[in-house]
Write a protein that binds this ligand. Structure first.
Ligand SMILES: [Zn+2]
Length: 364
């Protein structure tokens, strides 16, 4: 496939469609099974139209009805829901499939009207990425393109690459692991890969069954524009992402940003690995740089980060550091981490006061 064809197909991939069976929006790859053929031409857009789901048509119908009932012009609605005037116009004319982000904004605006009609958002961009809050939307779009590319490269042939939200997930999301449990898990992990109690871990050497782990540089087949975008302008704004490759399996791809410092890369990669080892699911709908997507629950984020830190810096190492008053910077250098990560470990292990030697007394 030439780069042009690839770019063309990718541009259609970040979408959600509504599954008529479940009345839920599902994330789907439009380039599969004949919806879009491989020749980049205007014909494709006609085909996309032809493929438009009846539920998407319903969404557009409700949009138009509500807008007219409220007496809003397209321009007025555009400013209310934050979708451009020209895009809204195209959507209402049925001229091309609205993208993921547009559909979600429309759904939000329709609110109860959408719910009464059986429409809701369930599954949108299923990617987890560690990125700064100020990440720009171009970088996020770029990351989503890489995610879709990898899904097609390593994923199954099934039409939908979806993760269905089940009713138990809210319940699961409320459960956090205790610190003791996580310390034990981190030590067991280290033991399994054959490390000594205090031996530094090189996460870049880790291999995990069913998980494709690669640096961004190792992702082959991306167009040069996308590559330079994510490594240059997006350099500091994202550190890693995990991409579910198949429905209901533990097949994932992890890509980490190799243009960041090695210290950052180590903990970013390990955090993604722990999300997968803990069976975390992308359940939380989030908004990053104006783009809606799904990510892990807040509590899952804490656990994965804690475990990443504990795996890199086992408690014996931190306890020794505190007891012997070692320099944080020296231990950080020996274990390839930032000094902030060492401080995080000291604090989370409850040893900060001891490390600082802060005396506490009662007055006479
Ligand atoms: Zn995370």
């Amino acid at each position: 496939m030439s780069d042009d064809v690839l770019r063309h197909n990718l541009s259609f991939n970040i979408m959600c469609v509504i599954n008529p069976a479940s009345h839920k929006i599902k994330y789907s790859l439009f380039s599969e099974r004949g919806c879009v053929n491989n020749s980049p031409s205007h014909k494709d857009e006609e085909k996309l139209l032809f493929c438009m789901d009846s539920q998407t048509e319903l969404l557009i119908k409700l949009l138009k009805e509500k807008r007219e009932a409220q007496g809003y012009s397209l321009r007025k609605l555009s400013s209310i829901i934050g979708v451009s005037f020209s895009t809204l116009g195209r959507v209402e004319r049925g001229d091309g499939e609205p993208d993921n982000n547009t559909k979600i904004r429309i759904l939000e605006w329709l609110g109860d009207d959408a719910r009464r009609a059986g429409l809701n958002f369930d599954s949108v961009a299923l990617v987890h990425f560690r990125a700064r809050k100020q990440v720009d939307s171009e970088t996020v779009q770029g990351l989503l393109r890489v995610a879709d590319y990898l899904k097609r490269k390593y994923g199954s042939d099934s039409i939908h690459t979806v993760m269905e939200q089940s009713s138990t997930e809210d319940f699961d999301a409320a459960i956090s692991l205790t610190k003791d449990e996580m310390e034990i898990m981190a030590n067991a992990f280290r033991k399994d890969v054959g490390l000594l109690e205090n031996e530094p871990l090189d996460p870049f050497r880790l291999k995990i069954e069913g998980v494709e782990i690669m640096s961004f540089a190792e992702v082959s087949g991306l167009d040069d524009y996308l590559k330079s975008q994510l490594l240059n302008s997006g350099k500091q704004s994202w550190s890693a992402m995990s991409i579910p490759l198949e429905e209901d399996t533990d097949k994932w791809a992890i890509v980490w940003n190799n243009s960041q410092s090695q210290k950052r890369q180590r903990v970013s990669l390990l955090e993604e690995i722990w999300h997968i080892l803990l069976g975390h699911k992308l359940t939380r709908i989030t908004k990053v740089a104006d783009i809606y997507g799904r990510t892990f629950a807040e509590v899952d984020e804490h656990d994965a980060y804690y475990l990443a830190a504990a795996t890199l810096l086992p408690s014996v190492v931190i306890k020794k550091l505190v007891k012997e008053k070692q320099k944080i910077s020296e231990v950080a250098a020996a274990y390839g981490t930032t000094t902030e990560l060492i401080e995080y470990r000291i604090k989370r292990l409850g040893l900060w006061r001891e490390y600082k030697g802060m005396k506490v007394t009662l007055s006479a």
